[in-house]
Design a protein around this ligand. Structure first.
Ligand SMILES: [Zn+2]
Length: 300
């Protein structure tokens, strides 16, 4: 009897150690960022900057370091109508043992209000920001090999303006950026499937990431990264595009479009909580593997 309890305790502790993310905090971050007070986090609005403030508070609590004078990095861009809009990227880092940098990204803006209804953007992309914060939290306790730069991008929905602004005027030498891991929509899939796009250009990433989904309850699928796929090639469809364009290796984690995509129903109550928790763990496991084997990652 005692022996079986010991075995059970052992199995339980192994399971727990395979899950490195604080589930309550992860869900709380999504719930808060997708709440009505932020009115859909549209770039250029007061509510978008209120969401930015929440993320900066989380950066501070986690203990990230900032570049230059602030976590905030403002930029100006022209929107599709030709008007100037102010955006603000949010950046903090954790120093590694060497100079190489992995940039971990997720956009925090969304599309705001349409037809008097708030598009809360729980999956798109409060989920990615919560995932980013969870990874930062893990690495505050486990020193990375490479420096990890965390960026919550603004103005993704307007045409990837935040990520292009960052690459145009990086806070560090561009040659130090060896890899981008981008998260955009990681919490909503009924089949338990999360895509990892980017290994087509860099097959080594497939080898490195394989198995990162073990014991997470979700499945990582590779794909959506070949030019011949046309619009189903996701390479240029989220912030990883700014890195891909400079031939920097990337992995983009995201789900297939779903019924609530860019709709007011993309709300906290409609994300798959268990899937999301599994996806965040699988992404963290992937980042741990990439950090260990970064030197073998090269774009062809
Ligand atoms: Zn998005």
């Amino acid at each position: 009897m005692k022996y079986s309890i010991l075995i059970l305790a052992l199995i339980f502790s192994i399971n727990v150690s395979a899950q490195n993310i604080n589930r309550n905090q992860l869900l709380q971050d999504v719930e808060i960022l997708s709440s009505d007070v932020y009115e859909g986090r549209k770039t250029g609005t007061v509510e978008n900057q209120m969401a930015a403030k929440y993320i900066i508070e989380r950066f501070k609590n986690i203990g990230l370091t900032f570049y230059q004078d602030s976590f905030k990095h403002p930029f100006v861009f022209k929107n599709k109508a030709g008007a100037s809009v102010n955006g603000t990227n949010l950046m903090g880092y954790i120093k590694g043992r060497n100079k190489d940098v992995i940039v971990i990204t997720a956009h925090y803006d969304h599309i705001g209000i349409t037809n008097s209804l708030i598009n809360n953007g729980a999956d798109d992309n409060a989920s990615g920001v919560a995932g980013l914060l969870a990874i930062a939290e893990y690495y505050k306790k486990h020193k990375p090999k490479n420096t990890l730069l965390f960026i919550a991008f603004d103005a993704e929905e307007t045409g990837l303006n935040g990520s292009y602004a960052f690459m145009k005027n990086t806070v560090l030498e561009e040659s130090r950026i060896k890899m981008n891991v981008n998260m955009d929509m990681i919490s909503h899939n009924d089949k338990g499937e999360l895509f990892a796009a980017g290994a087509f250009k860099n097959p080594m990433l497939k080898t490195i990431i394989a198995g990162a989904d073990k014991d997470t309850g979700i499945k990582i699928l590779f794909g959506h990264d070949e030019p011949k796929l046309g619009k189903d090639d996701w390479t240029m469809q989220s912030d990883q595009a700014a890195f891909a364009q400079k031939n920097i290796p990337f992995i983009y984690f995201g789900v297939e479009d779903h019924k609530d995509y860019h709709k007011p129903t993309d709300e906290f109550k409609n994300i798959n909580k268990d899937f999301f928790y599994g996806a965040a763990n699988a992404i963290l496991n992937s980042v741990i593997r990439i950090d260990r084997r970064l030197k073998s990652v090269k774009t062809k």
